[in-house]
Design a protein around this ligand. Structure first.
Ligand code: PLP
Length: 294
């Protein structure tokens, strides 16, 4: 079996007055059973998570991931994560990651039916080899998410801006994309607004301008997209949040699907249309994303 690591953490023991939080972690055998059959994360997908890229032992953008974990917990009425405790758990985990690319997952679950609640754990594993897809790109198709762009505001219980464990719909969308002969999908609202990929944020280039959909529109605010925008802005490019229609998407000069572990995958084709991939520019973005980022 490939390398894995797992840490159970006690999210409610975080404020005891011992120095550090090491006493609230328990390293467990990653190949042995560790969760109760009463876990609501497995029964109902009732919990939240984060996936953090690790490059040569350095966990990327930890603050941005912790901020989003906190945001997701708020949307899901979960106890607020004790950020210093999670940060230390990430440090401990990153320190044992082998050289190369790994992925750390943080999971905060509603807990066990009838208590105790909540439960939390951290895992680490080697990342798949994403080097080819960063060069060869992905063929993407647009898929209707079946909800209009006002749904997240009108129905907050849909938890559209939270990174919940309920990813069955996202995985089904990827299978549908494959059925349509593509590699990935871009969700569009039922009123024709571009949203996000099932596991990524969308960045588009129109001429010299880089655009991504507004995070308020029921999508996750991607840590990778934020980092890429910071990088582009520092290099004098215009990078903005805008509402993009499906018709405008077809007019983009270039597009990328970006996420914490795969990083920037250029879109080689969108629906029936081939897109030009700027190999040099994409390589420079991935070089930046592979450098240590805090
Ligand atoms: N949107 C969705 C639905 C995702 O699942 C992800 C990542 O998994 C993203 C966007 C990109 O987020 P990040 O860049 O923080 O990985």
């Amino acid at each position: 079996m490939s390398w894995r690591f797992a840490l159970l953490i006690d999210p409610l023991a975080a404020d005891v007055s011992l120095p550090g939080y090491g006493h609230t972690f328990e390293v467990v055998d990653p190949s042995a059973p560790a969760l109760s059959v009463g876990e609501l994360s497995t029964q109902r997908g009732d919990g939240i998570f984060e996936s953090i890229g690790v490059i040569n032992g350095h966990a990327q953008e930890v603050d941005a991931h912790l901020e989003r974990l906190e945001h997701s917990a708020r949307l899901c009425d979960l106890p607020a994560p004790h950020l210093a405790q999670w940060r230390e758990a990430i440090e401990v985990t990153a320190a044992v990651c082998p050289e190369g690319e790994c992925v750390i997952k943080l999971i905060l679950s509603r807990g066990i039916e009838h208590g105790p609640t909540p439960t939390a754990w951290v895992t680490a594993a080697e990342a798949p080899n994403n080097a080819p897809v960063r060069v060869n790109g992905v063929r993407a198709v647009t898929l209707d998410r079946g909800l209009d762009s006002g749904a997240s505001e009108r129905a907050p219980w849909l938890l559209l801006g939270a990174k919940t464990l309920s990813y069955a719909v996202n995985m089904a969308a990827l299978r549908e994309a494959k059925r349509q002969g593509a590699d990935d999908a871009i969700f569009v609202s039922s009123d024709g607004i571009v949203l996000e990929g099932p596991t990524s944020s969308v960045i588009l280039r129109f001429g010299d301008r880089f655009i991504t959909p507004q995070p308020g529109a029921g999508i996750l605010h991607g840590t990778t997209q934020m980092s890429v925008f910071e990088h582009l802005t520092a290099r004098g490019h215009e990078a903005t949040y805008e509402t993009i229609t499906a018709a405008e998407l077809e007019e983009a000069d270039a597009a990328w699907l970006v996420s914490s572990v795969r990083l920037a995958a250029p879109v080689s084709a969108l629906n029936a249309k081939k897109l030009v991939m700027d190999a040099e520019f994409t390589a420079s973005i991935n070089e930046y994303l592979l450098s240590p980022r805090d």
